[in-house]
Design a protein around this ligand. Structure first.
Ligand code: ADP
Ligand code: ADP
Length: 226
């Protein structure tokens, strides 16, 4: 059964700015989808509509059988990681990762177990007591990913998560994301303008241009018929 259906999704910002035209996509359970295309083509807008951070102007978003258009972001089983990390600066790494679970009144022992498991997967166990400002860019991004995965979301959205990192770290984190993917049971939608990231991470790649889907295919299909 498809986890996520986007049916004729459209985003009109102002009268004349149509950021996304009739976006149609069925995403299978645990699939890794990459949205790729140049700046301004509508990738972020699409992701933000899925997260509920932006209203859908027209069309329907389903998770399973449930229509999500009017569901509050906090009630969607979705986590999102941004380019700029957006960690809480006054909290330690541990507190950052525990925060969402605490809000949901998860028992302390369970929070502790989940935070430590995620920290282990992301290799940040030794930084748990540090504040974000005492971490490097790569470490901060790991924490941001950790904070998202402790919630065990059904859908995991990533918006240019590696764009702020230097080339070496970007390659390393790309490999980490491939590993992460094997360890958590989640559907991924990953936004990037980087072709290499798209080709190495995606089960399927959605190429966008000027708010339209130009092509959808596996890396092999996209490589064979660019
Ligand atoms: P991408 O993520 O591919 O760079 P975006 O989804 O951010 O593209 O933007 C798609 C289009 O929508 C662009 O033309 C952008 O200028 C416009 N846009 C994005 N956010 C807003 C907004 N809040 N108000 C008006 N126009 C916007
Ligand atoms: P990178 O080369 O990856 O950008 P940095 O040069 O920022 O990393 O940091 C190198 C190491 O020093 C990292 O392990 C980081 O956690 C640690 N570090 C950086 N700043 C601080 C700090 N203010 N307090 C403690 N450790 C720090």
């Amino acid at each position: 059964m498809a986890t996520l259906s986007l049916k004729n999704i459209k985003k009109i910002y102002d009268k004349n700015v149509v950021a996304v035209h009739d976006f149609n996509l069925e995403i299978a359970d645990k699939e890794f989808i990459v949205l790729v295309g140049p700046s301004g083509c509508g990738k972020s807008t699409t992701l933000r509509m899925i997260a509920g951070l932006e209203d859908i102007s027209d069309g329907d978003l389903f998770i399973g059988e449930k229509r999500m258009n009017d569901v509050e972001p906090k009630d969607r089983d979705i986590a999102m990681v941004f380019q700029n990390y957006a960690l809480y600066p006054h909290m330690t790494v541990y507190e950052n990762m525990a925060f969402a679970l605490k809000l949901r009144k998860t028992p302390k022992a369970e929070i502790d177990k989940k935070v430590r498991e995620a920290a282990e997967i992301l290799d940040i166990t030794t930084y748990l007591e540090r504040k974000p400002k005492a971490l490097s860019g790569g470490q901060r991004q790991r924490v941001a990913i950790g904070r998202a995965i402790v919630r065990e979301p059904q859908v995991f959205l990533m918006d240019e998560p590696l764009s702020n990192l230097d080339a070496k770290l970007r390659n390393q984190m790309r490999a980490e994301i491939i590993k992460l993917r094997q360890r958590i049971d989640t559907t991924f939608i990953y936004v990037t303008h980087d072709q290499t990231e798209a080709m190495t991470l995606g089960d399927r790649i959605v190429i966008m241009k000027d708010g339209f889907i130009q092509q959808i295919g596996t890396p092999q299909q996209v490589f064979d018929h660019p």
